[in-house]
Design a protein around this ligand. Structure first.
Ligand SMILES: [Zn+2]
Length: 302
């Protein structure tokens, strides 16, 4: 990064307890091999590519399992499905299945009969949890009589929802039977943004926390910076190679490189060394690096 204000090596050195960080970085397997792997068997380096962190997967590479007016579902592997809607920008929802139960992460913008659609893919009971409560992620939560969300400043239960709501603490584990998803708080896009981390499978589901290449950074830059730093450390420690984002098109999974770059941009903006170009709207600055947009407000550079 020509405007990078600290080197990757310096950043890694700054993070305690990540001695293996550099090694992990150079051994990242491709997203295709991570998705294809059985738990605990992701074989680093088994499918060498020039830069495996840059995925060139297309949704057509995966079996199409449902196509309706509101959503299209593909099967990413035997226990993981993705639905993409089209009312916002390619909004993604994920169904993760364990041996006992399944978890639906996010509910899209407006998908009629989402409960019936996802019940086609698994015979396990399905619980629902949200990466955050924006309308393109929480929109169809009304199809379900219970869901999990995060309690955070300014966050309310989606309007009109009549079912039961449970709140997720940081570190909460969803044990699906042979598969566990751990909640990791990552505010920045919103106060309630969380990641769901599947350590055994080296993968996470990240909603809009890192933006799917277009991060809308609604909070203070320092809040996002702290989240990015903690997330990067967690990804190195748990060897989370990819996080599937809230608007996934096959190519824009979040990686350690992506989180590192965003962390560095946030640090540069805070230090006054980087400044985004003027933009319209509340987020009136955009800093662009390698096709990734960091949208922020100059009032929240603090
Ligand atoms: Zn959002």
């Amino acid at each position: 990064m020509k405007t990078e204000n600290i080197s990757r090596r310096q950043a890694i050195r700054k993070m305690t307890t990540v001695a293996a960080a550099a090694a992990v970085c150079s051994q990242v397997p491709s997203l295709a091999s991570v998705l294809a792997a059985e738990p605990e068997s992701a074989d680093a380096g088994s499918q060498p590519q020039d830069d495996p962190r840059v995925s060139t997967l297309k949704m057509e590479d995966f079996p199409l399992v449902y196509e309706g007016p509101d959503v299209v579902f593909h099967k990413l592997n035997d226990h993981l499905w993705i639905g993409n809607g089209h009312l916002m920008y390619n909004e993604s929802i994920y169904l993760v299945e364990g041996q006992k139960s399944a978890l639906l992460i996010d509910t899209g913008t407006r998908i009629a009969d989402l409960d019936k659609i996802v019940a086609r893919f698994t015979d396990k009971p399905i619980d629902v949890a949200l990466t955050h409560t924006h309308g393109d992620h929480a929109g169809s939560v009304g199809c379900f009589d219970h869901f999990w969300m995060t309690q955070a400043e300014g966050i309310r239960v989606p309007r009109g929802y009549n079912g039961k709501v449970s709140y997720m603490e940081n570190g909460k584990k969803f044990d699906l039977g042979g598969r566990t998803l751990e909640v990791f708080y990552a505010p920045g896009h919103t106060t309630d943004s969380v990641l769901f981390i599947d350590e055994a499978n080296h993968i996470g589901i990240s909603g809009d926390a890192f933006g799917s290449t277009n991060l809308l950074m609604n909070l203070d830059v320092s809040t996002f910076l702290a989240s990015a730093r903690a997330t990067l450390k967690m990804m190195y420690e748990k060897q989370i190679y990819y996080m599937l984002p809230g608007h996934f098109d096959g190519t824009n999974a979040e990686t350690t490189k992506r989180v590192f770059d965003l962390m560095n941009i946030a640090q540069g903006v805070l230090d006054g060394k980087l400044e985004g170009k003027p933009a319209q709207g509340n987020l009136n600055r955009i800093y662009t690096y390698q096709g990734v947009r960091f949208n922020y407000s100059d009032k929240r550079v603090r």
